[in-house]
Design a protein around this ligand. Structure first.
Ligand SMILES: NC(=O)c1ccc[n+]([C@@H]2O[C@H](COP(=O)([O-])OP(=O)(O)OC[C@H]3O[C@@H](n4cnc5c(N)ncnc54)[C@H](O)[C@@H]3O)[C@@H](O)[C@H]2O)c1
Ligand SMILES: O=C(O)[C@H](O)[C@H](O)COP(=O)(O)O
Length: 382
């Protein structure tokens, strides 16, 4: 059995080695010729899986070890009766922790308290709803917009206009071009122009949800000294060829790594392995936990002398400091090869572990701080 697998899928040999002969490929360079005699195709988000790539290859399964599925032409696979799977929610916590790290940094930089702010979440699926729950427990005023869930009867959702009024707006929708609520350029020129000088806009879903040129024009037009309009971008239109001017102007710029915790990536491989076993009727012999090593940081301790805000920011940034990723990405501005640099940063991404790997000891602290650490996903003890 020939298994073609993206070279950036972690643990691919551990999970799939006993099922077939694994041949790895570079995600943006896979050709139809290579796929012609493959039985199984395992991709990440950078490989467009459609008729041009697959043709009449006798594939038994296509798996994408990612949440997003916009790179896969599912109608074509359905028509060809090729089973496929993605990995819903595999890296949701990683994205939530990315947003929390960005908010932690910005709250220090612009000196505000999260509990004084409102956040509007666009897309209330796996990522958006998890983020909403954590941030509500941290004391933020959370509003969410999701017309598809609203139509299905979900209560307590808001209009996009209401969400647009929040201090912070965070985007968590799939990239879609049709249907009743397409998300391509959901944030178009008029919506971007309507954003206020003191708002924060965060995009960790797909680059095309924001009109990047309109966003660049908005940032170019503002008074850098006076404006507090902050933008956090993990995803970009036309990746890996991102707009240099936009990259320079945003507060935090990262190369589509919000979902790149090692735990999240390993979970993605695990979920696709399980889906393949179900499809082929094979026994499930492996679990991601078998292959995950000890985290580099496993314990933190705070005493009753710790200021709550400082303690939370210290723990968040000790686990994951998004500024490091942003500095590495902004350093690419000095180099000619932005596109290949973007992919190299993703390929060589350092091991980042999720908050649940860290046990936080809290001696004689008040219950509010205790509960906030728990809400963030840390293991806690007295
Ligand atoms: N940057 C990263 O590394 C990274 C990691 C994971 C996921 N993602 C992206 O984030 C997206 C969201 O992930 P998820 O797991 O929450 O997906 P999900 O499918 O669980 O949730 C998406 C939600 O968006 C809603 N939605 C669709 N169109 C909408 C619209 N026009 N307005 C408002 N809501 C709308 C859907 O109803 C759904 O509830 C993924 O599709 C993927 O593209 C990016
Ligand atoms: O959809 C997802 O799961 C994320 O966008 C994913 O982390 C993207 O990573 P890639 O597949 O491009 O390596």
């Amino acid at each position: 059995m020939k298994i073609l697998a993206d070279e950036n899928i972690p643990l691919v040999h551990s999970f799939f080695g006993s099922i077939g002969d694994i041949q790895q490929f570079s995600g943006r360079e896979l050709t139809a010729r290579e796929v012609q005699d493959a039985d199984i195709l395992l991709v990440r988000s950078v490989t467009r899986v459609d008729e041009t790539l697959i043709g009449d290859a006798p594939l038994k399964f296509v798996g994408s070890t990612t949440i997003g599925l916009d790179h896969v032409d599912t109608e074509f696979l359905d028509a060809r009766r090729i089973p496929y799977a993605n990995a819903p929610a595999c890296n949701s916590d990683s994205v939530v922790e990315y947003v929390i790290s960005a908010l932690s940094f910005l709250s220090e930089f612009d000196d505000f308290k999260l509990e004084d702010k409102s956040i509007g979440i666009v897309g209330y699926g796996n990522v958006g709803s998890r983020l909403a729950k954590v941030l509500a427990k941290l004391g933020m005023n959370v509003k969410a917009n999701d017309p598809i869930l609203a139509d299905a009867g979900e209560k307590d959702l808001c209009s996009l206009e209401e969400v647009m009024q929040c201090d912070i707006i965070s985007l968590h929708v799939p990239l879609t071009h049709d249907g009743p609520y397409p998300t391509y350029h959901l944030f178009d020129e008029p919506r971007i122009a309507a954003l206020r000088d003191n708002q924060i806009l965060i995009n960790t879903c797909r680059g095309g949800v924001i009109d990047n040129q309109a966003l660049r024009r908005k940032l170019e037009a503002q008074n850098a000294q006076k404006s507090r309009f902050r933008v956090v971008l993990d995803v970009w239109e036309h990746e890996p060829n991102v707009d240099r001017a936009l990259l320079e102007l945003v507060s935090i710029a990262t190369p589509h790594i919000a979902g790149y915790s090692y735990d999240g990536k390993a979970r993605g491989t695990d979920m696709i392995y399980q889906a393949l076993c179900r499809t082929l009727g094979l026994p499930v012999r492996h679990k991601a936990a078998q292959f995950l090593s000890e985290p580099p940081l496993s314990k933190l301790a705070f005493t009753s002398q710790a200021d709550s805000r400082w303690a939370l920011n210290t723990a968040i940034q000790a686990c994951y400091d998004v500024r490091m990723d942003s500095w590495r990405m902004k350093a690419l501005l000095q180099r000619e090869t932005l596109g290949s640099g973007f992919d190299a940063l993703r390929r060589n991404y350092p091991v980042r572990r999720e908050f649940f790997n860290v046990k936080v000891q809290l001696k004689n602290v008040d219950s509010d701080l205790f509960n906030k650490f728990r809400a963030l996903g840390f293991k806690t003890k007295n």
